[in-house]
Design a protein around this ligand. Structure first.
Ligand code: ADE
Length: 254
């Protein structure tokens, strides 16, 4: 069993690459296509971690390269997001129920908003087993004093997790009209820039996937400032949950 883990920014994969251990201590680095892949054991689970770069096309090329060269059994996308669902606060988490590309519009050709031409639906469904594993991993991370200390959670913060729809597009959302349009069309829990592209590639290749995102901002007028202040914390929280998933999957294999 092998996990493939994709993050778009360095801060989203840093902890994971550090936590990987290979036969000589550190993870093994291997270049494939345009990307550097880090292979090793993550909390005892075989894993390959890669930095895709920001945006849907980077994420799609990276996912296909990962699948063709490393043949992972599961793919997890980790990172930060702009929260959209009512009641979500900064540092809360979203585990994908499904994902949609909010910037795809082929309605003129008879497709639904968000539907990629040639696919059957605008929505790519996440794997039920990985979703469950993510929810349980989040509980373990938040119950662990050492994880909480390591994540440097601000005093009194108690992040929650919800399952919901992830909307992805090649835009950092910080304008009310864009935010409202995405909410009206797709009712997502959060917005980011890679997840649904990864989901599309996973679906084409029949690889089960889940997207895990931690809220760095609320995709509104002060999203930029909030992102600057919280994306590092959000990236670390999401990475901790990925590590707990890996630990759970290792137990699963016994
Ligand atoms: N990732 C984190 N915050 C985001 C936002 N507001 N828009 C798009 N991607 C994001």
């Amino acid at each position: 069993m092998k996990l493939g883990i994709i993050g778009a920014e360095k801060q989203e994969v840093d902890l994971l690459v550090k936590a990987l251990s290979g036969p000589e201590g550190a993870a093994r680095k291997r270049k494939a296509g345009a990307f550097e892949f880090f292979e090793g054991n993550l909390r005892g689970c075989p894993a390959v971690v890669v930095l895709s770069g920001i945006g849907k096309v980077n994420a799609a090329i990276c996912t296909q390269t990962l699948i063709l060269n490393f043949n992972p059994d599961y793919i997890i996308n980790t990172g930060s997001a702009g929260g959209l669902a009512a009641g979500l606060a900064v540092l809360d988490m979203i585990v994908s129920a499904d994902a949609v590309q909010h910037d795809v519009d082929a309605v003129f050709f008879g497709y639904k908003p968000g539907q990629v031409p040639g696919t059957g639906s605008p929505f790519f469904t996440a794997d039920a087993f990985l979703r469950k594993a993510a929810l349980s991993a989040f509980g373990k991370v938040m119950d662990s004093e050492s994880c909480r200390a390591h994540m440097r959670l601000p005093e009194g913060t108690s992040p929650k997790i919800i399952e919901g729809r992830i909307a992805s597009g090649d835009v950092f959302v910080s304008a009310a009209d864009t935010r409202n349009k995405i909410i009206d069309l797709f009712h997502p829990a959060c917005v980011e820039m890679e997840g649904a592209a990864i989901a599309q590639v996973c679906s084409v290749n029949s690889v089960p996937f889940v997207i895990l995102r931690c809220v760095s901002d609320l995709a509104g007028e002060n999203a930029n400032m909030s992102y600057e202040s919280f994306s590092r914390f959000a990236s670390d929280i999401s990475a901790h949950v990925v590590m707990a998933i890996a630990e759970g999957l290792k137990e699963e294999q016994k």
